[in-house]
Design a binder for this molecule. Structure first.
Ligand SMILES: NC(=O)c1ccc[n+]([C@@H]2O[C@H](COP(=O)([O-])OP(=O)(O)OC[C@H]3O[C@@H](n4cnc5c(N)ncnc54)[C@H](OP(=O)(O)O)[C@@H]3O)[C@@H](O)[C@H]2O)c1
Length: 252
């Protein structure tokens, strides 16, 4: 039975991805900083492990406990909603530690075994903000653009050993805790001069009719893992698909 390790399974996309793979008969190692099976389907093919992607010891312990991993999904991520002038640069470093260096560290951790077996797939959950720039997201967007560049270069090295690396670009999914978590963890102290601009922008953004559901992301991650012909970048969600086409990519 194939085995997948997913990061950031305490909520949102991570839970939906775990449910998708359990549903398809895979063994799922659902990892999160504070382990709990809440929100995940009950299954004897589900293993819940602690994992903080910014902590090398935590990564080593999770990889040792997980056993063979056929697919890794780097889903853990944090957001930051603020204009640059309102953003805390220390927190921006923390965000890059999770969104970029965390994914790199995880790929490094699974690679020796995948390389030896000449088999495996690593899917990095990026964002459609790398397709269409949006205000008040410059630091977050920079982290996901870095994740894209990392994945596209790393994929060339990994392919040499039969290991695939792919990117999934979800659109905006207000149904997850992402926005709330971003504000709770990273603050949102918008400078007064930008207040009206930021408010008007978020109002127009939230009223957009096309949105992404967690199930869209789970299905696209499924494709990225199981379809060897899947392209490097896969949009997930109706809004992401529109932006993907507008950015000049053909959806396939
Ligand atoms: N929602 C959107 O609109 C959207 C759009 C495009 C892309 N994305 C991306 O999709 C991914 C999942 O987002 P989501 O919407 O499902 O948000 P979410 O509900 O906030 O989930 C984020 C997950 O990442 C985990 N996480 C944060 N820091 C971590 C760390 N250091 N180590 C391990 N896990 C960590 C969180 O765990 P804790 O509970 O421990 O904090 C949580 O499980 C992220 O990479 C995000 O950037 C989201």
């Amino acid at each position: 039975m194939p085995r997948i390790l997913i990061t950031g399974c305490s909520s949102g996309f991570g839970q939906a991805i775990a449910a998708q793979f359990l549903d398809q008969g895979w063994e799922v190692i659902a990892t999160m900083r504070n382990p709990s099976a809440e929100g995940l389907p009950q299954s004897d093919r589900l293993q819940v492990l602690p994992l903080d992607v910014t902590d090398p010891e935590s990564i080593a312990a999770a990889i040792a406990a997980a056993g063979q991993i056929d697919a890794l999904v780097n889903n853990a991520g944090v957001g930051m909603l603020n204009v640059l002038e309102g953003a805390d640069i220390g927190r921006a470093r923390e965000l890059f530690e999770t969104n970029v260096l965390g994914a790199m560290a995880m790929a490094r951790a699974v690679m020796p075994d995948m390389r030896a077996r000449r088999s495996g797939v690593i899917v990095n959950v990026s964002s459609s903000v790398t397709l269409r720039p949006l205000p008040a997201l410059s630091i977050y967007s920079a982290s996901k653009a870095a994740l894209n560049a990392f994945t596209e270069s790393f994929a060339l090295e990994a392919a040499e050993f039969g290991v695939r690396a792919r990117l999934v670009l979800p659109g905006s999914a207000p149904s997850t805790s992402f926005g709330r978590n971003a504000v709770a963890r990273m603050g949102m102290d918008v400078p007064e001069a930008y207040g009206a601009f930021v408010q008007a922008y978020f109002q127009s953004h939230m009223s957009a009719t096309e949105k992404t559901q967690a199930s869209d992301v789970a299905q696209v991650v499924w494709r990225a893992v199981t379809d060897e012909t899947a392209p490097m970048k896969l949009p997930a969600g109706a809004d992401a698909e529109t932006w993907f086409r507008e950015a000049g990519f053909a959806t396939a």
